[in-house]
Design a protein around this ligand. Structure first.
Ligand SMILES: [Zn+2]
Length: 1048
């Protein structure tokens, strides 16, 4: 390796505006908000040509649908399974430049073989009953091996089996096809409450053949029949665009019962997220997952395994919606599966996985392709004895610089292949040269500025003192590079109400000095020297200041605050100091003082469910966008800690945080006693977080496709450069790709993500993540390699972006329509012929409907007067920067039974499905979604458990005030506390990982049948929501009906 250091080098390529140049020209962010994928979302579904589906997917013998094998206790895995697929059967098409380890997968490429299509626990005795229940809704889940022609032609026997059910009755039993119930008059997501009905009623008839019912205005449903619940009688006005028919809650109720009796669908018969998670854990958990094969589907985010980088980026850094892209744009449009990657460039890797190597190519900087500027990586193929290389992205032939020359071995691989991370690994870093630095000067270490609202309420509540006391110890924990003794990060302090107070804490001073800036119209920084200091050097002055601040403002009467000038001041201070950094702003109220960015209370519930609802998510004044732009341009990341007692307009106040890669924390009605642990934990984690500053990300792709849209806590100056004032370990950017041209199945679809950033010690670096995906002209290959968790991440972010510009109803409808399109296309092109009444789900998308329904029920997408506008804006902002593991947990919470614990075991109990049916009066459950955590207690919960946990004799004695469990010396208490800690401190399920949750989850104690239970029930996401969102079963029916319409 060459020497380090910043030295002059040839001019940095101009073909990559933004990096190095930090060019201006800042358009409105996200100005072109297109929602929908592959063209107009409202355009009618272009059904696949019949010939295509039949000719390209030879289906072989049709699904044997027979009775379960004798002696079967359960619908065991193999019963519903589509036959084991062995690694050898997985087509490996990679014939281009070999990745570092193309010597054969050490891991089965696709490990979902053993998943049962219908996880359930039905015993033999209930088989018949279950079969009958299933008759009312037949769901097939075809495994990966069922349909692809490659599998069939490989001589593998047709292994796909439909549900092991008795043959269907002679009458085709179908889902009610047309119960397309328009939303009730309030038009809230069509959320028809239907609690007392069985979720699913059977109805005979072939979907599509039912004539439209004029009463239902083209909706082909049956009129309400017997058993129709009065509550249902609210057929409202027809929804606009009737083919977009998500009624939110597809009620089973109105189904005409022409069958002998109404049958309830067994929840166990529909695909279970828990079962999918557990199956993946069972088949892939605890193993080593080597990334040596292009297009390999990684274990689920919920599966704990050790990842070995062997040429493609770890799934901790990049996860894709599918690992096999359709080879043509037409195919992509047909399937409507979003092609996207969720990139978490600074994700934390557990200690048992290798950290990133740093590569130094010396004074000329990292080697890059002359044409497309891709960085040297495993996708470059060396030719001509090693003197030249062909770029895997643009195919350009480049000369190998003399210093980098190396001979090739007999298979054409450089002999130093395994010695160089940039040739053999998916992820690594480059030392960046001066060309990559702002103004061609080496960066200074970043700075953290703490900016405290010292208005009356914050002083009075004790918050200011709490913050100051905490900082005294926290400043010793500023992040540092491992080889450094102390942190290079400098710190500064500002307090404010209607005016700003800067503090000089220079080490030579005996006392800190305060300088007041009262002209908040044009903020200037009153001091340069002494404002940003090294904490260790200025320790005594800083500690002195932190002692004084609460007293200094103890008698304040000032209740009005400014906000935008605070950000402006912090940004100007960083700019003056010529460094990047983070602002930590602790703020409580709507900034109503006369100043730029002044806000008024514009919350208006009357806007809900109107076309103007979107304005609630937009900033109320333009100045925040301009401020965000300036902050990004100056590498100023804004972390906002909000302590509101009422509406504070999160949509406006959080905007700069959002666009600068910051994190928004919100503590409603903050109470010092009960809420301090949460706030302090969040603050500590944030201060200690590993972060990249002044970052710019560029995603390059091989020919035929390109990145077209980006979602995250980011700012886009142009169409290609993703700017982030800072990017921390929790932030993920979701990138959507579209075709330019046909993709080459041999060379695949290659992606390189490069993040240029300044490290915490002030080094300019490039972090590179490479991943190769397969391409196929077989739709089945695309479906087989989908990752539902990544799909949901994409759908959530694209929908939450779209709410800024489109009516929420439209956004919801698009989600439903697209779900139906994806599944209909699979059925039409990939699945065996089957009764139209069957709902067929691709194995890899088995739980897409349940997750999609959870997303549809999110408070962001459902406007209800009960849900505070700020809460919706807050959730929206959080989700926009989440990675796949975060969105998975957020939309489908973890529900753990704790009443039947094995006290001797260390294991966390297995999760159960988020439905009231899983609760029991005699039980106790923990529920967590990454943001909130509940302890739910049934009225008949075991007394010994109650005694053990709360030290009270009975259920009635339990106080729900506490946000912590008492420390008690008994096995119950210790065990539950350890489970809570586990959930709190670690990514769920992931024992080896040290990935902390971004947010501390306060514990909310909920007693069955007491009022707070309503809050808890919102998280039972498989049930009908108290705000009207559909139950899982109802949503399945709704989607199935849409599919039937699309196929008819
Ligand atoms: Zn190139």
């Amino acid at each position: 390796m060459s020497q380090q250091g910043y030295v002059a080098a040839p001019p940095y390529s101009q073909s990559q505006p933004g990096i190095g140049g930090f060019s201006a020209g800042f358009g409105p962010p996200n100005s072109s908000l297109h929602y929908g994928h592959y063209g107009d979302p409202n355009s009618s579904y272009s059904a696949p040509q019949p010939g295509v589906s039949k000719s390209t997917v030879p289906l072989g013998p049709s699904a044997p649908v027979g009775p379960p094998p004798p002696g079967t206790h359960q619908f065991s895995q193999t019963n519903f399974q589509n036959g084991p697929s062995t690694p050898g059967q997985q087509p490996h098409r990679f014939q281009g430049p070999p990745p570092p380890s193309n010597t054969g997968p050490s891991y089965p490429p696709y490990g979902h073989q053993s998943q049962p299509a219908y996880p359930n626990t039905a015993s033999t005795s209930s088989t018949t009953q279950l079969a009958n229940q299933l008759n009312s809704m037949q769901i097939n889940s075809y495994g990966p091996g069922t349909t692809p022609s490659s599998r069939m032609s490989s001589g593998h026997p047709a292994s796909f089996q439909g549900p092991q059910l008795p043959p269907p009755t002679q009458q085709q039993v179908a889902l009610p096809p047309g119960s397309q119930v328009p939303p009730p008059a309030n038009n809230v997501n069509g959320l028809c409450a239907q609690p007392s009905l069985p979720p699913m009623a059977r109805q005979d008839g072939i979907p599509g053949s039912v004539p439209p019912n004029p009463n239902l205005q083209q909706l082909s449903g049956q009129p309400p029949g017997p058993g129709y619940h009065p509550q249902q009688a609210n057929y409202g006005p027809q929804m606009a665009g009737s083919q977009l028919s998500y009624p939110g809650a597809f009620p089973g109720g109105p189904a005409q019962l022409s069958g002998p009796q109404q049958k309830k669908l067994d929840p166990d018969s529909i695909p279970s997220p828990i079962q999918v998670i557990e199956n993946d854990k069972a088949s892939r958990g605890g193993q080593i997952y080597a990334t040596n094969t292009r297009g390999q589907v990684p274990p689920l985010v919920t599966t704990d395994c050790i990842i070995q980088d062997q040429g493609h980026a770890s799934p901790r850094y990049i996860r894709c919606t599918t690992y096999c892209f359709p080879s043509s744009s037409d195919m992509a449009k047909q399937a409507r599966i979003p092609l996207a990657a969720v990139i978490q460039p600074f994700a934390i890797v557990p200690p048992n996985e290798a950290p990133l190597y740093v590569v130094n190519h010396g004074e000329t900087g990292p080697i890059r392709c002359n044409r497309c500027k891709a960085y040297m990586c495993p996708f470059m193929q060396f030719i001509e004895g090693g003197r030249r290389y062909q770029c895997g992205f643009c195919n350009c032939i480049n000369d190998v610089p003399p210093f980098f020359f190396q001979h090739l071995d007999h298979i054409g691989r450089r002999v130093d292949h395994y010695e160089r991370p940039e040739l053999s690994l998916g992820s690594y870093e480059y030392v960046a040269t001066l060309d990559y630095c702002r103004n061609n000067k080496p960066p200074k270490p970043p700075a953290y500025i703490f900016m405290i609202d010292v208005s009356y309420r914050n002083i009075n509540s004790g918050l200011v003192k709490l913050i100051c006391d905490e900082l005294k110890t926290l400043l010793d924990k500023l992040p540092r590079e491992e080889q450094e003794e102390s942190s290079a990060i400098r710190v500064g302090f500002v307090t404010y109400n209607k005016v700003l107070h800067f503090f000089n804490v220079k080490s030579s001073l005996a006392q800190p000095q305060m300088m007041v800036v009262s002209d908040v119209g044009e903020v200037f920084v009153p001091l340069l020297d002494g404002f940003l200091v090294n904490f260790q050097e200025s320790r005594s002055v800083v500690l002195n200041l932190l002692d004084q601040i609460p007293e200094m403002f103890a008698d304040t009467n000032e209740s009005e605050t400014i906000f935008a000038p605070v950000i402006q001041a912090g940004m100007e201070a960083l700019k003056a100091a010529e460094c990047a950094g983070k602002l930590f702003i602790f703020h409580s109220s709507l900034p109503t003082a006369e100043a730029p960015g002044k806000l008024r209370n514009r919350d208006d519930k009357k806007l809900l469910n109107t076309d103007k609802e979107k304005t609630l998510f937009q900033p109320q004044v333009n100045s925040y966008e301009a401020l965000a732009r300036d902050c990004v341009a100056n590498g100023c990341c804004v972390n906002l800690f909000l302590f509101p007692n009422q509406y504070v307009d999160v949509a406006s106040m959080g905007l700069v945080t959002m666009y600068t890669g910051g994190t928004l924390y919100k503590y409603n009605n903050f109470q010092l006693d009960s809420d301090s642990p949460q706030f302090l934990s969040d603050l500590r984690k944030d201060v200690e977080k590993k972060t990249g500053f002044d970052a710019i990300m560029r995603v390059r792709t091989s020919t035929g496709f390109r990145a077209t849209d980006f979602f995250g806590a980011i700012y886009m100056n142009n169409t290609t450069d993703v700017e982030m004032a800072a990017v921390d370990c929790d932030k993920a950017v979701t990138v959507e790709f579209k075709h330019d041209d046909k993709l080459n199945e041999d060379s695949g679809a290659l992606i390189q993500c490069a993040v240029l950033y300044t490290s915490i010690s002030g080094q300019r670096r490039l972090r590179i993540h490479n991943i190769g995906l397969n391409c196929s002209s077989q739709l089945a290959d695309v479906y087989k390699t989908c990752e539902t968790d990544a799909l949901i991440n994409f759908f959530a972010k694209s929908a939450f972006k779209a709410v800024l510009s489109q009516p929420l109803k439209t956004v919801r409808e698009i989600l439903v329509t697209q779900t139906a399109h994806m599944l209909a296309c699979y059925r039409k092109n990939c699945a065996s012929p089957s009764a139209v009444s069957q709902l067929i789900l691709p194995d890899a998308m088995k739980v897409l409907p349940v997750y999609m329904n959870c997303l549809l029920k999110s408070c962001v997408l459902v406007g209800r007067p009960e849900i505070p506008t700020d809460e919706r804006a807050y959730h929206r902002q959080l989700v926009m920067s989440m990675g796949v593991a975060d969105t998975q947990l957020f939309f489908y919470p973890q529900l753990l039974p704790i009443h039947s614990l094995d006290l001797k075991s260390d294991a966390v109990p297995a999760a159960v499905r988020c439905s009231e049916e899983r609760l029991s009066e005699g039980g106790a459950f923990i529920l967590a979604n990454g943001l909130s955590m509940f302890l739910w207690l049934g009225v008949s919960a075991p007394p010994e458990l109650i005694q053990g946990l709360f030290n009270v004799p009975s259920f009635a004695h339990i106080s729900t005030e506490a946000t912590l469990l008492p420390d008690l010396d008994n096995p119950f208490s210790k065990k539950i506390k350890s489970i809570l800690e586990h959930i709190q401190s670690q990514k769920p399920y992931n024992k080896t990982s040290l990935c902390l949750h971004s947010f501390f989850m306060p514990l909310i104690i909920v007693k069955q049948r007491e009022q707070p239970e309503m809050l808890f029930r919102q998280f039972l996401v498989e049930d009908k929501s108290i705000y009207g969102g559909a139950s899982y079963v109802d949503f399945l029916c709704c989607v199935h009906k849409e599919i039937c319409q699309l196929l008819s």
